[in-house]
Design a protein around this ligand. Sequence first.
Ligand code: ADP
Ligand code: ZN
Length: 660
Amino acid sequence: MPNIEILLPKLQTNSFAYSLPQNIQANKGDFVQVTFRKQEFVGIVWQEYSEYLDQEKIKPVLKRYDLPPLKKELMEFVDWVAEYTMNAPGSILKMVIPIQSVFKEKSLSKFIPIEPASIVPASSINLSEEQQVAVNKLKEPLDNKDHKVLVLEGVTGSGKTEVYFELIEQVLKEKSGQVLILLPEISLTSQLIQRITKRFGIEPARWHSDLTDKEKRNTWLNIAYGGARLIVGARSALFLPYSDLRLIIIDEEHDSSFKQEEGVTYQARDMAVVRAYIEKIPIILSSATPSLETIYNVNKKKYELVTLASRFGEATLPTSVIVDMKGDNARKKKFISAELVDELKDVLEQGKQAILFLNRRGYAPLTLCGECGYRFACPNCSTWLVEHRSLSCHQCHQCGYSVNFKSKCPTCHKENSFVPCGPGVERIEEEVKYTFPDARTILMTRDTVNSIQAVENIINQILDGKVDIIIGTQMIAKGHHFPKITLVGIIDADLGLLGGDLRAAERTYQLLSQVSGRAGREKDKGKVVIQTFNPENPIIQSLVTGERRSFLEQEIMGRKMVHMPPFGKLASIVISGFNDEKVAEFARFLVKISPVSNTISVLGPVPALISRIKNKFRYRILVKAERNISIQKYINYWLDGVKAPGSIKLKVDIDPYNFF
Ligand code: ADP
Ligand code: ZN
């Protein structure tokens, strides 16, 4: 019997040798059943031969499934991502085959594949001239069946979605072929799906963590058989076994939520570009504020830029004003400035809607005792507890630890001595209600809106005009189209700049311009009020002037000077464990044995920004390399044979976004 290599969708595994009995035909890419540690598993034939010799130890393949085999492009992609992210290929295959229950006899026999069929759009629109020019340019690689990375840059409300709908239409009109739209957050799917249904007369397939197993099974199979023509998904949808993928669209490509932080860490946008390259298909990166990495690639002529300069129709971009929170406003001890109160008054009088944006959940980020100075801190993490009035508790945003409200200080025992410090969205809502007792307010944060259903409810309430003032975190900033919003108030524009990580400035700029983009999306002119303690800050300034390019040029210069991405490569190694001293010692040891190199520097170790999470102490080592160097090879060479003591965990994160 010949030996073959089978890859199982299991974390941290490479392929294993199995033997292929005479009565089973299985080729590369086929789905087969095998036993592994006494359990039955479905795996993929990864190689049609194996050098493994010991026939005694080797187990036979049990059966082959009657399913479309994995395409060689997808297998290549799995291997590529594994190598790039420094994970075993089994970890990546687990994202291709996330649910083993698909293969149960019962679910497979019940499944009847939908035949792919051409889809006639239910409605169409007349494009503006600018939009038509963009469509023509974007269509070229689709017509020629070429790989190309296209950057669709257009101000909020310019019709980027309508423009990429035209390309989707082109694919769907054919007899077969699939389009994948990736969104940074599942809260954005509802509105897009509604628009798609109206436009194409079909419900797209959806893929995200909020689906039942049954939905996942069905969708997975329809994707594998090609019946699902249009798929809207979160990051993980990138790894599905599309039978005939023709086009990938990354909406809000700049959004750092595309970086998966748990388990296998990967940047879904970047990996999507790789998948498109391997599949030889076009990919569109759409955004009002393309990321610096993307602009860099445009400048290098690796990506092609297509722009929409103006908002569609009568809508114009909102005007922005800066409110200096120092001086008078600070003395009043209010979080909403007199200027913003005036604007809100107008909005309420005219029956329009306003958004107040503050990217901080809860009531106050810190609570202390006015008598003795006691602060509520998390016992498990090096963090302060966030006061949540709606939940009557103080909560840790790292580990979820919470304590119910008390009336007495735990150290000095004084009654009602607690002072909240700084605002969260709940506190802003309180101030709004105090100032405008009749206004109808709603909170939009992860605490109040925690399912797709809840998102839909809120969106409908806003669209139906049942709400006057929406107070929200970044959840409200992204993508949504609310015609009656004419005012956006940014409560604390300086907030995002604090973290001080590599992308803090860029991220703040993107977030603030995105939330600003919610204002005045139809004929009513929009206004944005930016509250800040640093009115001179170049980021705040460029938000007002709309001169994104000058901000970007500055950022690019800054990164170039210090060889930071995209001019250099970064990897972060986080070492964590319960014993602070041991973790620190191991981290220092690692740095000490790091190979000397002219092109790579190893920095640290330093305690991570949050130095303890869930009682684990965390140290960070940063590896910085020149752009053309394989940072993975270096790390492999360095860590080869190094064994972390049992209680210590070591995690490598290539292209880190999170420096916590
Ligand atoms: P973006 O994705 O750039 O934010 P959208 O595609 O959401 O912009 O367009 C903003 C609004 O303008 C939407 O309501 C959209 O339907 C409308 N719109 C854009 N282009 C057209 C067009 N050519 N004809 C009619 N409506 C349009
Ligand atoms: Zn905690």
